[in-house]
Design a protein around this ligand. Structure first.
Ligand SMILES: O=C(O)c1ccccc1N[C@@H]1O[C@H](COP(=O)(O)O)[C@@H](O)[C@H]1O
Length: 219
């Protein structure tokens, strides 16, 4: 049974595969035991999926895998509605959202992740103000916000994690089957989040790469 609590548990590293655009692949990933899938609701993403299309298959996955909706500067009505309808389990805010933006989610006890592009140590100065369920550390990507396939300097993540041991960290940005085990060994993040490194083309997942990522995390 998928639960946010076990997905974000810091005693082991979970796997989130992000940018799913095909219902069959969402089901295949759930069958493979992937901990979470991400659906990108930012209309400018190469991995965009319209909310109406996502609503046709996300309910079927309820309880099998954690369903994360990725948003960039969205009208908060969309993530609020998808969470309240039970179409997604978690919202991922991956744009320029402010601590004020997330207040309605805190007020209603709706779970969310805040993503930050890590340019230097100062990038993480204000992250605690969001009071998010987890922080997602990604490569800064002006204009495209995420999904770059590029890694950032993990030393900044390491320092932050040492300072905030109780806060679940989701490591993103350029993770591949080749560097995933090094990421786990070096940082022990609660979650590894992969979009580009698990694809054959944008939005089309390569299940062999997913399986190699799972092996890397369990090694
Ligand atoms: O994947 C995208 O197109 C995307 C666009 C806008 C915001 C976030 C996006 N994806 C997130 O980017 C990171 C890292 O992806 P990658 O593995 O480096 O390609 C991940 O958190 C995705 O959820």
């Amino acid at each position: 049974m998928a639960s946010i609590e076990s997905f974000l548990d810091q005693s082991s590293t979970s796997l989130k595969i992000c940018g799913i655009t095909q219902p069959e692949q969402a089901k295949q990933l759930a069958d493979m035991g992937v901990d979470a899938i991400g659906i990108n609701f930012w209309p400018h993403s190469k991995r965009y999926l319209a909310p109406d299309a996502a609503r046709t298959f996300l309910p079927d996955l309820s309880g099998r895998t954690v369903r994360v909706g990725v948003f960039v500067n969205a009208d908060p009505a969309l993530p609020l509605q998808l969470l309240e309808q039970g179409a997604i389990d978690l919202a991922q805010f991956h744009g320029d959202e402010t601590p004020e933006y997330v207040q309605p989610f805190l007020d209603q006890g709706l779970p969310f992740i805040k993503a930050i592009g890590v340019k230097n140590a100062a990038s993480l100065d204000h992250i605690l103000a969001y009071q998010s369920d987890a922080v997602l550390l990604d490569t800064p990507a002006p204009g495209v916000y995420g999904g770059t396939g590029e890694a950032f300097d993990w030393n900044h993540a390491k320092s932050f994690m040492l300072e905030h041991p109780g806060l679940p960290v989701i490591l993103a940005g350029g993770i591949t089957p080749e560097n995933a085990s090094e990421a786990v060994r070096t940082l022990h993040p609660a979650v590894i989040d992969v979009a580009s490194g698990a694809e054959s083309a944008p939005g089309i997942k390569d299940l062999d790469k997913v399986s190699r990522l799972q092996k890397a995390l369990s090694a």
